[in-house]
Design a protein around this ligand. Structure first.
Ligand code: NAD
Length: 482
């Protein structure tokens, strides 16, 4: 096996992407590698003044370039990201601590996101209004065209530093909305790399600008700037709902957290359920908004499931995310790790049993399975965002549904059962944006409508759905005398 390099590509941009190109003002932001804790890069730090410059430059791109030109930029960018996918994967791995194989998956998904956004740019259209259907509409022809809402302020989280940026920027390009992006302060590098590719693909300078900075600095300024017409936010629920409250008159699209439940019926294929949930509960050390967190198993199958699940989890390789063999790497920082360790301790104090894991080894929290979780524990009632999955038995279908729904969140849920009628009933009764049957609820394809109900948000992403949110219908009525 070759020597593992933990260095960034020397061509990695580290400046602010301003309307005139990449720039390096005085102040900088130190990006640390989550695995070693060592500084990985120094990136230019944006402040509120930069936001104003970028929003004004963005406004100058309205009306936007033609839709077919925007589609062509996205198509060329998709080709470039595919060609350079290993460089993107390395950057994701280094800055987010995401194991390299999973980082490659994210880079491949970014290609999908760009490709589907290009399709949406090409087929962006309104609809014909059936005016002949009423006496009032008689003698009129009416239709809608879709117009961009205006400048989008995009704010993204650390856990998918490339593809969640693409889920905002690519639909904005498709919709004709210029966009100012503030990536997460922990992971600005993948966003800058993607922006460089979009410029190379022909995006006009200033249509997209990228401002690495803090939430309370550049983030707040972007939210409050009168020129941003839609804030597209992915991140934690308190920050997201805080933005909604601060800007009641602005369009605010929120993609927030979850406490992802799974119901496993006794008739399910237990081996498959154990294998799929063990793999997905610990992807990127559980730092996915749809990471499996709570597993409710029908009591007769509970012991068998727990044994198989724990065995699979114990097989996961924990270590350096740059190592090809690694399944589970670090949490984003020490503070996150200490919080998750404390939550496991609280669950144990309240009666849960650690089946495996539960301890920190070489700085990494081992994948942890808890037996006997209850809804009052933080590991059940809140979003863990760490490598912890809690399990509990249930006796009746009603109880299973009530347990799964006993959460302030509603992004995705999963069910494993051999009975299609039961799966369909649960799909209707589970209060989530998506219900995944006989597959992990950590599943996401980038074209699907993705988003939550309750505390998990108020929108759907996926290029077709995001483009809808980023455009508004303009009604045209033509009088047809006679
Ligand atoms: P976070 O809320 O801490 O930060 C997200 C972004 O918001 C960052 O760019 C941050 O700088 C910015 N921010 C913070 N305070 C702000 C403020 N006052 N004004 C404007 N911007 C501000 O979230 P995180 O820790 O980066 O990400 C983890 C969270 O994101 C989890 O809750 C996870 O579930 C959620 N998430 C949701 C989805 C989804 O699609 N639903 C996807 C990924 C992550």
């Amino acid at each position: 096996m070759g020597v593992i390099s933990h260095h960034l590509d020397p061509t990695q941009p580290t400046g602010l992407l301003l309307p005139g190109g990449f720039a390096q003002p005085n102040e900088d932001l130190v990006v640390a590698a989550p695995y070693s804790g060592e500084p990985l890069a120094r990136v230019a730090l944006a402040g509120p003044g930069d936001v104003d410059v970028c929003v004004r430059a963005a406004e100058a791109h309205l009306p936007p370039p033609l839709a077919d030109e925007r589609a062509a930029v996205l198509e060329r960018a998709a080709v470039l990201v595919r060609e350079r996918s290993e460089a993107f994967a390395r950057t994701i791995c280094l800055e987010a601590g995401k194991p390299i194989a999973q980082a490659r998956g994210e880079a491949a998904r970014c290609v999908d996101t760009l490709t589907f956004a290009a399709v949406e740019a090409r087929r962006l259209a309104g609809e014909v209004v059936p005016m002949a259907g009423s006496a009032a509409g008689r003698g009129k022809l009416a239709f809608t065209i879709r117009e961009p809402v205006g400048v989008v302020g995009a704010i993204s989280p650390f856990n998918f530093p490339l593809n969640l940026v693409a889920h905002k920027v690519a639909p904005a390009i498709a919709a004709g909305c210029p966009v100012v992006l503030k990536p997460a302060e922990q992971t600005p590098l993948s966003a800058l790399l993607l922006a460089a590719v979009l410029l190379e693909a022909g995006l006009p300078p200033g249509y997209l600008t990228v401002l690495p900075g803090y939430g309370e600095g550049a983030g707040r300024a972007l939210v409050d700037h009168p020129g941003t017409r839609l804030i597209s936010f992915t991140g934690s629920p308190p920050v997201g709902w805080g933005i909604r409250e601060r800007q009641p008159r602005k369009a605010v699209a929120l993609e927030l957290g979850n406490s992802t439940p799974v119901i496993v019926a006794a008739d399910a294929d237990l081996d498959r359920a154990a294998a799929r949930l063990a793999a997905s509960g610990f992807t990127h050390a559980g730092q996915s908004c749809i990471s499996v967190q709570r597993v409710y198993v029908e009591r007769p199958a509970y012991a068998a499931f727990l044994e198989r699940f724990a065995a699979r989890v114990e097989d996961l390789v924990v270590g350096d995310p740059m190592d090809e063999r690694t399944d589970v790497g670090p949490l984003i920082d020490e503070e996150a790790r200490e919080r998750v360790v404390a939550w496991v301790g609280e669950a144990v104090d309240r009666g849960a049993r650690v089946v495996t894991g539960g301890r920190v080894q070489d700085g990494l929290l081992r994948p942890t399975v808890l037996d006997g979780i209850t809804s009052d524990m933080k590991v059940a009632g809140h979003e863990v965002f760490g490598p912890v999955v809690g399990c509990a038995p249930y006796d009746t279908e009603d109880e299973a549904v009530a347990l799964a729904n006993a959460s302030p969140y509603g992004l995705q849920a999963g069910v494993f059962t051999a009975r299609v009628d039961r799966a369909l009933t649960w799909a209707r009764r589970l209060q989530f944006g998506g219900v995944v049957v006989n597959e992990t609820p950590t599943f996401r394809a980038d074209q699907q409508p993705y988003g939550g109900v309750k505390g998990s948000g108020n929108t759907r992403e996926g290029p077709a759905y995001a483009v809808r949110a980023m455009t508004e219908p303009r009604l045209v009525i033509i009088d047809l005398p006679g």
